[in-house]
Design a protein around this ligand. Structure first.
Ligand code: F6R
Ligand code: MG
Ligand code: MG
Length: 399
């Protein structure tokens, strides 16, 4: 914790920049499949016209049915003005979505009026205030049809696994490891764990990806180039907790700074070369492989998936973005895509059975409990039902 506080002091003395990434599903075509270009265009128009002196730059993108706004500014995290731009842009986009009858128009905007902070209102938020380097390269990862815990595996690989990231062994600045901020999203608590010392404890938590999620990663104070800085942030919003009922999975996004004492671009990308299993997919109720794709393949057609990840690569200088590069649009990821296709074939044969379908406790947040509710009074205690049957048999015998 002391180290984190020092980070804030350090950053205070420097010119700060904030990257705010805010995303929402505000309607899709034909059903949870993909965004509609005129809606994306309206969100872009709104942000452009209202960015004024607040945003120094922004970029609008999408994956599947989610529109994503990356904003650059100097107002720090949780800025009311910045959040308001995103909220109002999503409202403007929703009006277009409604006008053509898009499915689920305005779906993730769970509250009627903006009240100063977009957190807890439906959209997913990942923000970090940084001290920009001479060249500030970073990646934005966007996933659809899965949940924030889906980032646990690749973020761990990038920042803590030397078999993925040889920089942890080779680069003296990475050799000291990183500090992970873990959120227990059920209890609403957080903890800081340092790697490599606490790797086993970290894994003991983040393997339970629907409960413990990596929220942020920081460098340590021993980092010569970038001490005590936030270098990765992930959206951790829980739509079902906010809405009180199932309104779709909280398709997550992450911002990851790279190079020069951080994971190299290729090390950050390598974490997605194995299509690991994530929860979500059809009706937010199934496990399936995460397929890395280029923007052209970012639409969810087969069984509303399979879950996908897109990566956009930027550099930031004087508040201005250059890029993006469509990072997974590379034949080097064809093998991962093919394997994800094979896993899809295999696991789909299981239909509604676990472990393709999620375990019972995770189905609690879907529409399944509504189906089972009508049987709740028809269940009998097994012991008493055996006795009842015995009684019936003995009555028959005496007849
Ligand atoms: C998953 C998702 C979709 C929907 C499915 C049913 O996150 O958004 O798989 O759950 O298409 O949608 P409804 O219930 O709206 O017909
Ligand atoms: Mg959706
Ligand atoms: Mg989505």
């Amino acid at each position: 914790m002391g180290k984190i506080i020092r980070a804030e002091l350090y950053i205070c003395n420097m010119a700060k920049v904030t990257i705010s990434h805010i995303k929402a599903d505000i309607g899709s075509l034909p059903g949870h499949t993909t965004v509609y270009e005129p809606v994306v265009a309206e969100v872009r128009r709104y942000v452009k016209e209202h960015s004024g002196s607040i945003l120094s730059d922004f970029y609008i993108s999408h994956i599947g049915d989610d529109i994503q706004i990356t904003m650059i500014h100097d107002r720090g995290i949780d800025s009311e003005e910045v959040h308001r731009i995103a909220w109002d842009a999503f409202k403007a986009g929703t009006a277009v979505a409604k006008s053509v009858g898009l499915y689920g128009a305005g779906q993730d905007l769970l509250k009627d009026a903006f009240s100063g902070n977009i957190k807890g209102m439906g959209p997913g938020v990942a923000e970090m205030e940084i001290t920009p380097r001479k060249s500030e390269p970073f990646l934005v990862y966007m996933m659809d049809k899965t949940e924030p815990g889906a980032f646990n595996y690749p973020i761990y690989k990038m920042f803590a696994d030397p078999f993925n990231t040889p920089g942890l062994v080779i680069d003296p600045n990475m050799h000291e490891g990183f500090t992970f901020e873990i959120w227990d999203i059920i209890a609403g608590k957080k903890i800081y764990l340092s790697t490599p010392e606490n790797i086993y404890d970290l894994l003991a938590m983040i393997g339970s990806k629907s409960k413990y999620v990596i929220k942020r990663v920081y460098t340590k104070s021993s980092h010569e180039k970038l001490p005590d800085e936030n270098v990765a942030v992930i959206t951790t919003d829980k739509l079902s907790f906010i809405a009180g009922e199932y309104v779709g999975k909280d398709d997550p996004a992450a911002v990851v700074r790279i190079q020069s004492g951080l994971p190299a671009s290729g090390e950050a990308m390598e974490a997605f070369s194995h299509p690991f299993l994530v929860s979500g997919w059809m009706r937010g109720s199934f496990n399936g492989p995460l397929m890395p794709v280029g923007m052209k393949d970012s639409k969810m057609t087969r069984f509303d998936g399979p879950p996908r990840v897109v990566g956009l690569g930027f550099v930031l200088k004087d508040g201005k973005l250059t890029g993006p590069v469509d990072m997974f649009d590379d034949p080097a990821f064809d093998g991962a895509r093919r394997k994800a296709g094979e896993i899809t074939e295999y696991i789909r044969r299981m239909g509604p059975f676990e472990p393709h379908r999620l375990p019972d406790e995770e189905m609690e947040y879907t529409t399944l409990p509504k189906v089972l509710d009508k049987f709740k009074d028809q269940f009998e205690m097994i012991e008493s039902s055996i006795k009842k049957k015995k009684n019936l048999v003995s009555t028959k015998d005496t007849d």
